[in-house]
Design a protein around this ligand. Structure first.
Ligand SMILES: Cc1ncc(C[n+]2csc(CCOP(=O)(O)OP(=O)(O)O)c2C)c(N)n1
Length: 1121
C-alpha cells in the first residue's frame, strides 16, 4: 500500500493536468472537512491519518483514482462524478451521485454503484451515501487484508506449542488458552519454554498470539509509543535519493488482525487506525447483531467461494480457518496483485484443502516409510550418527508431493541440495536409492574404487526412475555436499541451470531444483542470501527453486532466539518476493497442501517459494547427543508429544479411511523390506564411491585413453578468422553506434591479427572461439567480465544510443558454432563460484570459467574452493574442468589488489613433494590425471591460449587455477605469434631461455627460475645489466603438478650454474614454499636452490608505491648479483 502510495506520490508531478488534481488521501480524511488542495500533502501524511489505505477497497479505489487522474474517461462515469465532486470540495458521503445506467462497461468501468449500494443497502439517484456504512464496509475489508497479511503471525504452526513465548516477559494471564493449557499440562516454569523472539519488536514487547479456533483471536500487546513510532517510521521514510523507488516494508505486528481490535465487540481503542475510524467502527459494532450483518466481499478474497457476500461472523470464521490454523502464509509483500490473488485463491477457496481418501492413504503410506526407515536404522545401528528425521518425518511425503506435482506439471529432472538432516531417508524414500547401498555404508567396508570418500550423509546420488504416481520418468540428483551448511545451494543452482541450458529448457519447465535447509543454517549462512540473489538474473536464474526448511526450532544446541535476529528463519527469502508457507508438521494434510501450492507456484510464475515445516527434533543433534543437557524443557515436551504417524493414523482410523490393522500391516510390510535389504547388504564386501556420483557423464569416459590428449594447436586459418571477427564492429555497423575508444581497440586488434600476433585478450578470444567452433560451449562468468575489470576484453559491445542493444563478437564467429555465454555476475564470489562449479558438473564438454575481479577476492568463496574444488573428486569421485581466473601480481596497488594467494592453492595441491614420478612419454598427462587440480601462472598469451584449450583436450577433467595478469594485458612484450598457437604447438609447462645463455649453457653462472609477470622485470634487469649470456631465466608456467622432469632436464643443462628461485611475492607467499622441496627432490638434494624475493610479511603487499618500487629493485638487484 505504501508502495502504491509512494509511486503515486512520485508520479503525480509528471501527470498531465486534469480537472481537480487533488491528492488522493484528502477525500478520505473525513475528519477534515476542508479539502483545500494545498493543505493536504502526501509526503507529510501520516499513515494513521489515512485509515482506509490499509483496506482492500482502498487499493481498488486508489486504482480508480489513478486511472481517473490519467484519463477521466477511463473509469466509469460514476467514479468520474465522484472524483470530480470530491475534488470540488464535497465530502465523501455527499460526493457520490448515482449516474444514469450506461451500457458497455469497459476495463476500468466497474461502477461505484456496484460497491456502494451493497454497503448502503442501495442508494437512489441523488441520495447521499451514509458515511458510517462506508466506514463499516471498509473496516471489514481491512480485516480481510489483515488476515491475509498477518494471519501467519497467529497461526498454530508449532507442534510443541513453545514457539512464541518471550523469555524476558512475564507470561500473561491472558495467554492464549490452548498454549496455556499445553504449558500447564506439562507443569513447567513457563518462562523457560521459549523458542523464538517475540515478533520484531524486541524485548520490551510481549506478544502472545493464540486463541480458540473460530472464536476470534486474542492479542496482547504492550508497547511504548516511542517504540511504535520507531517501528512504523519506515512506512513513511523517504528512502530513495532519486525519488524513483519505494519501499513496501511492512510492520510485522498485527493489532489490526484481530477483529476485536476494530472494536466490533467493544470500544477498545485501536492503536493502528485513526481515532475517527475507531469511533466509526465502534459505533457500528457495538451490538452483537453486527456480526450477522452481511458484507460484500472484495475481489481480493476468495473465502466466499460462489458467495459474493457473507455475514461478518462467517467472514471471520473463514479467515481464521485459512490463515490462523496450521498454515501461516506470508505473501502480501509480493509486488504483484496477480500473484497475491493467485495465492489467496489457493488458500481461501472453500474446501480447497479437502483430500480424497486415496490421497490420505498415500500420505500415511509415505509417512509410514519415513518413520519406519528411521526406526529401522535406530534399531540396527543404535550408536551410529545418521542425523535422523524423527520429529519431521513429514518431510518425506512433502518432498514426494512436490516432485509428484512438479512432474505432473512437466518437470522431468530434479536437482536436490540438502544438508545432513534426513538425508538417508530422502535417498531411500524419495530417490529410491536401493536400501542395500545405503545399509552397506554403515558397514566398515573397503572402497572398490579410488578416492578418499565421505561420510554417508554427505554423499550424492543420481537416479532415473518411473514416478508411479504420475507414471512419468523422472531423474533425481542429490548433489554431494560438505558439512558446510548451505554451501551446496549455489552449486545446485549452477547444475540445474546447466541442465536447463543444455536441454534448451529456457523457462525451467523440465528441470528444477529443490533446496532443503535447516532453520538455523537458512538464516545464519550468508550464502543463502547470495544464492537468492542469483534467482532472477538472466544468466543465473533456474526459473524458480522450491525451498523446504526443516524447521526443528533448534540449531545443534542453540535456540532460535540466540541464533537469529529475524522473526522467522525464512525472512531472507522475502528479498526476492518469494511466498513463504509456514506449516505445522503435525498436520500432514496442511503440509501436502502447501507442497501442491508451492509446486504450482513454481510452475506458474517460475519464481522461488519457501515451505517452512515447523517441527521438532526428537533426538539430539545426532543420535548420540543428549539434548536434555541444554534443552531440558523442550525435550520434556517432545517426549510427551505423539509422533505424527501416530496422530495421523489415529485420525484416519477415526475418519474411517483406514483400519487399525491396515496401519499395522503397512508398517510391517516396510519393515520386512528393510530386513531383506539388510540381509543382502551383509553379503557385500566392498562399497563403491561411484554408486554415489551425482553427475554421471555417460559416454564421456568410454573409449577414451586416459593417457592421450587431443592437440591444442589450431590451424592458422581458424586463428585468422576468429581474430578478424573479434576485431570487427557489428555487421550492421552503420546503425550500431559503438564508442570511439572501442573503435580504436578493434583497429589495434585487427592490426595485431594482420601481423599474426596476439595479446592476452586476443589469445583468450581465440581459445574460446576455436572451442566454440569445435562445438564446445564456453561460459565466462564473474564480476564485470563482459568488459573485463581491466577494460581489455570487450566481449560485449554496447550501442551508444540504444539501451540494451549489444553485440557479442564471439557469438557470431560461425553459423554452426556452440553457444557462447559471457555474463557479468552479482557481486558475490561464494555463490557465483559455487554456481559455476555446479554448471561445470553437468557437461564435461563445456569450458566454464569464473573470473575474480581481483584474485584477492577469491577467499570470500573459500568454502567452495576448499570443500568442493580442491577435494570434490577425492570425496565424491566427481570431476570438474572449472577454470578460475585470478588476476594476480604485485604492481604497487596495495595489499588488497595484489595477491590471489597462490600459496594457498599450491598448499592444497595433492602433489607429493618428495616423490619424483616415473619418467615416460606420458609423464605430464599422468601427473595431471593424478592431481586434484592444476595451478598455473602463464607469462605468454599463447600459453594462456593452450592451457584453456587443454582443459577440453584432456581425456578427464581437472579444475584449473590460473593466476592471470593485469599490467601484462597491455605489456608490449607480452605478445605471442600465431606460430606459437597453430598446429603442432602445445602448452609449455616450462618456457626455457631462448637467448644467448641457452646457446652456451656451460658458461651460464646463474639460472633463475620464476613464474608469471616477474619474468619481464627480470629479463629487463638482465639486459640492462648486460648479463644475457651469464644468466638464464626459465619460466615455470605450470607450477602444480610440478614439472619435475623438465626442471631436472634444465638443471642438467646448466650444470655449472647457481640455481635461484625468484618471485615477486613475499617469502611466505607465492610459490617458494611449494617449489623448494620439489627442487630438492628433483636434484636429489645435491644442488641448493636459493630464494630471491621479498622477505616474509603478514600482508601481501605494501600500500606505498615507493616502498613497492624499492622492494622490486632490491629483488632485481639480488637476482642479478
Ligand atoms: C557452515 C557450518 N557451520 C557450522 C556447522 C556445524 N553444525 C552442524 S549442524 C549444525 C546445526 C544446524 O542447525 P539447523 O540448520 O537448524 O539444522 P538441524 O541440524 O537442526 O537440522 C551446526 C551448527 C556446519 N556444519 N556448517
Amino acid at each position: 500500500m505504501y508502495k502504491t502510495r509512494a509511486v503515486v506520490n512520485n508520479l503525480v508531478p509528471f501527470m498531465p493536468s486534469v480537472a481537480g488534481r487533488e491528492k488522493f488521501a484528502s477525500w478520505l480524511q473525513s475528519s477534515s472537512r476542508n479539502f483545500s488542495l494545498n493543505r493536504v500533502r502526501w509526503r507529510s501524511t501520516e499513515v494513521s491519518a489515512e485509515p482506509f489505505l490499509n483496506g482492500n477497497s482502498s487499493t481498488y479505489v486508489e486504482e480508480m483514482y489513478n486511472a481517473w487522474l490519467d484519463d477521466p474517461k477511463s473509469v466509469h462515469k460514476s467514479w468520474d462524478t465522484f472524483f470530480r465532486s470530491t475534488a470540488a470540495g464535497r465530502t465523501p458521503g455527499f460526493a457520490y451521485q448515482s449516474p444514469p445506467v450506461l451500457a458497455d462497461a469497459g476495463r476500468n468501468h466497474i461502477p461505484i454503484s456496484s460497491v456502494v449500494p451493497f454497503i448502503t443497502g442501495g442508494s437512489s439517484l441523488g441520495t447521499p451515501v451514509d458515511e458510517k456504512i462506508i466506514d463499516d464496509h471498509l473496516a471489514v475489508q481491512a480485516i480481510i487484508r489483515s488476515y491475509q497479511a498477518r494471519g501467519h503471525l497467529v497461526a498454530e504452526l508449532d507442534p510443541l506449542g513453545i514457539m512464541y513465548a518471550d523469555l524476558h516477559s512475564k507470561i500473561s494471564e491472558k495467554l492464549g488458552a490452548d498454549i496455556k493449557e499445553k504449558i500447564d499440562a506439562r507443569s513447567f516454569p513457563r518462562e523457560v519454554v521459549v523458542r523464538q523472539h517475540s515478533h520484531a519488536l524486541g524485548e520490551r514487547m510481549f506478544t502472545m498470539c493464540k486463541g480458540k479456533r473460530g472464536k476470534g483471536t486474542e492479542l496482547l500487546i504492550k508497547k511504548k509509543k516511542r517504540k511504535k513510532e520507531k517501528i512504523r517510521g519506515h512506512h513513511i521514510a523517504k528512502l530513495d535519493p532519486l525519488g524513483i523507488q519505494s519501499a513496501d516494508l511492512d510492520e510485522r505486528h498485527p493489532p489490526e488482525l484481530l477483529y476485536d481490535h476494530y472494536a466490533f465487540a467493544s470500544n477498545r481503542p485501536s492503536t493502528t487506525y485513526s481515532k475517527q475510524l475507531q469511533r466509526k467502527v465502534a459505533s457500528m459494532t457495538e451490538q452483537e447483531a453486527d456480526m450477522d450483518r452481511v458484507f460484500k466481499l472484495p475481489s481480493t478474497t476468495f473465502i466466499g467461494g460462489k458467495e459474493k457476500a457473507l455475514p461478518l461472523r462467517e467472514i471471520l470464521k473463514r479467515l481464521e480457518q485459512v490463515y490462523c490454523r496450521h498454515i501461516g502464509v506470508e505473501f502480501m509483500f509480493i509486488n504483484s496483485l496477480e500473484q497475491c490473488n493467485w495465492i489467496r485463491q489457493r488458500m481461501e477457496t472453500p474446501g480447497i484443502m479437502r483430500m480424497s481418501e486415496n490421497q490420505k492413504r498415500l500420505i500415511l503410506a509415505r509417512l509410514t516409510r519415513a518413520t519406519g526407515f528411521e526406526a529401522f536404522l535406530a534399531r540396527k545401528w543404535s550408536s551410529e550418527k545418521r542425523f535422523g528425521l524423527e520429529g519431521c518425518e513429514i518431510l518425506i511425503p512433502a518432498m514426494k508431493q512436490v516432485i509428484d506435482k512438479s512432474t505432473e506439471l512437466g518437470v522431468e529432472s530434479v536437482v536436490i541440495g540438502m544438508p545432513h538432516r534426513g538425508r538417508l531417508n530422502i535417498l531411500a524414500n524419495v530417490c529410491r536409492k536401493p536400501l542395500e547401498s545405503i545399509f552397506t555404508q554403515f558397514a566398515a567396508l573397503e572402497a572398490a574404487d579410488d578416492g578418499s570418500g565421505d561420510v554417508k550423509y554427505h554423499l550424492g546420488t543420481y537416479i532415473e526412475r518411473l514416478n508411479r504416481v504420475t507414471n512419468k520418468n523422472i531423474r533425481l540428483a542429490v548433489v554431494a555436499n560438505p558439512s558446510h551448511l548451505e554451501a551446496v545451494d549455489p552449486v545446485v543452482q549452477g547444475k540445474t541451470r546447466a541442465e536447463q541450458f543444455y536441454r534448451g529448457d529456457g523457462e525451467g519447465k523440465k528441470v528444477m531444483s529443490i533446496l532443503l535447509h535447516g532453520d538455523a543454517a537458512f538464516c545464519g549462512q550468508g550464502v543463502v542470501y547470495e544464492t537468492f540473489h542469483l534467482s532472477d538474473l538472466p544468466d543465473y536464474t533456474t526459473h524458480g527453486t522450491i525451498h523446504i526448511v526443516v524447521n526443528n526450532q533448534i540449531g545443534f544446541t542453540t535456540d532460535p532466539r540466540h541464533s537469529r535476529s529475524s522473526p522467522y528463519c525464512t525472512d531472507v527469502a522475502r528479498v526476492v518476493n518469494a511466498p513463504i508457507f509456514h506449516v505445522n508438521s503435525d498436520d500432514p494434510e496442511a503440509v501436502i497442501h502447501v507442497c501442491n501450492v508451492a509446486a504450482e507456484w513454481r510452475s506458474t510464475f517460475h519464481k522461488d517459494v519457501v515451505i517452512d515445516i515447523v517441527s521438532y527434533r526428537r533426538n539430539g543433534h545426532n543420535e548420540i547427543d543428549e539434548p536434555m543437557f541444554t534443552q531440558p524443557l523442550m525435550y520434556s515436551i517432545i517426549k510427551k508429544t505423539k509422533p505424527v504417524i501416530k496422530q495421523y493414523s489415529e485420525m484416519l482410523v477415526k475418519e474411517g479411511v483406514i483400519s487399525e490393522e491396515q496401519v499395522k500391516d503397512v508398517a510391517e510390510k516396510y519393515d520386512k523390506i528393510c530386513e531383506e535389504a539388510y540381509t543382502n547388504a551383509k553379503k557385500e564386501t566392498h562399497i563403491k564411491y561411484k554408486d554415489w556420483l551425482d553427475s554421471p557423464w555417460s559416454g564421456f569416459f568410454e573409449g577414451k585413453d586416459p593417457s592421450k590428449m587431443s592437440p591444442t594447436g589450431v590451424k592458422e586459418d581458424t586463428l585468422l578468422h576468429i581474430g578478424k571477427r573479434f576485431s570487427s564492429p557489428p555487421p550492421n555497423a552503420a546503425e550500431f553506434v559503438i564508442h570511439k575508444g572501442i573503435e580504436r581497440i578493434l583497429k589495434a586488434r585487427m592490426q595485431m591479427v594482420e601481423e599474426r600476433q596476439v595479446d592476452w585478450a586476443l589469445a583468450e578470444a581465440m581459445a574460446f572461439g576455436s572451442l566454440l567452433k569445435e562445438g564446445i560451449h564456453v561460459r565466462l562468468s564473474g564480476q564485470d567480465v563482459e568488459r573485463g575489470t581491466f577494460s581489455h576484453r570487450h566481449h560485449v559491445l554496447h550501442h551508444q544510443k540504444v539501451d540494451r542493444a549489444t553485440y557479442k563478437p564471439l557469438c557470431n564467429l560461425y553459423p554452426d558454432q556452440a553457444p557462447y555465454t559471457v555474463c557479468n555476475s552479482s557481486l558475490s564470489e561464494f555463490a557465483v563460484l559455487g554456481f559455476e562449479l555446479g554448471f561445470s558438473m553437468t557437461n564435461p564438454n563445456a569450458l566454464v570459467c569464473w573470473e575474480a575481479q581481483f584474485g584477492d577476492f577469491n577467499n570470500t568463496a573459500q568454502c567452495i574452493i576448499d570443500q568442493f574444488i580442491s577435494s570434490g573428486q577425492a570425496k565424491w569421485v566427481r570431476q570438474s574442468g572449472l577454470v578460475m581466473l585470478l588476476p594476480h601480481g604485485l604492481e604497487g596497488m596495495g595489499p588488497e589488489h595484489s595477491s590471489a594467494r597462490l600459496e594457498r592453492f599450491l598448499q592444497m595441491s595433492a602433489d607429493d613433494p618428495d616423490y619424483f614420478p616415473p619418467e615416460s612419454d606420458e609423464f605430464a598427462i599422468r601427473q595431471l590425471h593424478d592431481i586434484n587440480w592444476i595451478v598455473a601462472n602463464c607469462s605468454t598469451p599463447s600459453n594462456y591460449f593452450h592451457i584453456l584449450r587443454r582443459q577440453i583436450a584432456l581425456p578427464f577433467r581437472k579444475p584449473l587455477i590460473l593466476m592471470t595478469p593485469k599490467s601484462l594485458l597491455r605489456h608490449p612484450e607480452a605478445r605471442s605469434s600465431f606460430d606459437e598457437m597453430n598446429d603442432n604447438t602445445e602448452f609449455l609447462r616450462l618456457i626455457p631461455d631462448n637467448g644467448p645463455a641457452a646457446s652456451n649453457p656451460e658458461n651460464v653462472r646463474k639460472v633463475i627460475f620464476c613464474s608469471g609477470k616477474v619474468y619481464y622485470d627480470l629479463k629487463k634487469a638482465r639486459t640492462d645489466s648486460n648479463l644475457d649470456s651469464d644468466i638464464a631465466i626459465l619460466r615455470v608456467e605450470q607450477i602444480s603438478p610440478f614439472p619435475f622432469d623438465l626442471i631436472k632436464e634444465k638443471c642438467n643443462k646448466y650444470k655449472n650454474a647457481q640455481l635461484v628461485w625468484a618471485q615477486e611475492e613475499h617469502k611466505n607467499q607465492g610459490s617458494w614454499t611449494y617449489v623448494q622441496p620439489r627442487f630438492n627432490t628433483t636434484l636429489n638434494h645435491s644442488r641448493p636452490i636459493k630464494y630471491v624475493g621479498r622477505p616474509t610479511a603478514a600482508s601481501p603487499s605494501t600500500g606505498s608505491k615507493m616502498q613497492h618500487l624499492r622492494e622490486l629493485n632490491a629483488l632485481l638487484e639480488d637476482a642479478m648479483s
